[in-house]
Write a protein that binds this ligand. Structure first.
Ligand SMILES: Nc1ncnc2c1ncn2[C@@H]1O[C@H](COP(=O)(O)OP(=O)(O)OP(=O)(O)O)[C@@H](O)[C@H]1O
Ligand SMILES: [Mg+2]
Length: 278
């Protein structure tokens, strides 16, 4: 499969030249669906780009991709075309304008309803992950928006990350599914750092309680306590922005969930997990 061999030349791009350190790959996972992974992935990718990092956002939701829908773009090519052998991996990347005052970044879109992506074999996903890791060398920062669930192919993609941000809401199903994800990933890829971000919190104290509950379960049953990267407040503006297919960070950068998500991105950029507050 030739898509596993990204070209050695740098593509022309409007993004800043990358620094010499290898890219940091941050995967965004959850277990339960619909908790805000894609919203957080897009907002954090924008925040990284605004911070001057050459950034790639990958839609790793194989089969039910929707990064392109939330961004309001209609990419000419995507991961499904790569898997079909029509384009090379790095040529499936689309540039996204960050809007006025915002940094642009690159997107590797998926394709919703693609049986070819949803039904990749374990070997194909492992090779795709290796190809994505090679492509990541052209960037400072990569954000990998994972699909919901704890299936093996989701874990195979997550294993390519340096760090996984678990998005958790206060719903018991979100908390139990996130715990299941953390447990499975810890067994499958113990070296991948795991941190937690609470989304759709009604109060800061409520967010802290949600974090404490899941962190305590991890400490008790898994023997480690994933740090808290931050809490994002619930705001109906998020839903409205997604409905209008315009990113909230470009239309209302001072909205509370945007400021919260940017703070999380800066925490992830500026400090290692060991430095985060426990
Ligand atoms: N901070 C927030 N405040 C209010 N609503 C939110 C917030 N974050 C997410 N949502 C709501 O949750 C919905 C799902 O968000 P999103 O698509 O980002 O989740 P997801 O985890 O990527 O879902 P999937 O598992 O289907 O990929 C959004 O359409 C929005 O209505
Ligand atoms: Mg999603």
């Amino acid at each position: 499969m030739s898509f596993l061999l990204p070209k050695s030349q740098e593509r022309p791009t409007q993004q800043p030249p990358r620094r010499v350190e290898p890219a940091s790959i941050i995967a965004v996972g959850s277990g339960k669906g619909g908790v805000g992974k894609t919203f957080m992935s897009i907002t954090m990718a924008s925040a990284f780009a605004q911070a001057g990092r050459r950034t790639l956002l990958i839609d790793g939701d194989l089969g039910l991709a929707n990064v392109d829908v939330q961004l309001g773009i209609a990419p000419e090519t995507d991961l499904a075309a790569v898997v079909a052998g029509w384009v090379e991996l790095e040529d499936a990347v689309t540039e996204v304008d960050g809007g006025s005052g915002n940094g642009g970044f690159d997107v590797l879109p998926g394709r919703s309803g693609s049986g070819a992506l949803a039904e990749l074999s374990s070997e194909e996903v492992a090779r795709l992950a290796a190809g994505l890791s090679a492509l990541a060398l052209q960037y400072d920062q990569v954000v990998l928006d994972l699909g919901a669930g704890i299936e093996a192919n989701c874990m195979r993609l997550a294993r390519a990350a340096d760090k996984v941000v678990m998005i958790v809401t206060d719903e018991p199903t979100s908390m139990t599914d996130a715990y299941a994800f953390i447990k499975v990933l810890k067994g499958y890829a113990p070296n991948v750092e795991q941190v937690i971000a609470i989304n759709q919190a009604d109060t800061r104290a409520g967010g802290q309680r949600t974090y404490e509950a899941i962190a305590r379960a991890c400490q008790t049953f898994l023997g480690f306590r994933p740090p808290l990267a931050g809490t994002v407040m619930r705001d109906k503006a998020v839903r409205e922005a997604i409905r209008s297919q315009r990113t909230l960070i470009s239309t209302d950068p001072s909205a509370q969930p945007i400021m919260d998500a940017i703070a999380i991105a800066h925490t992830l950029l500026g400090r290692s997990g060991q430095d985060l507050e426990y």
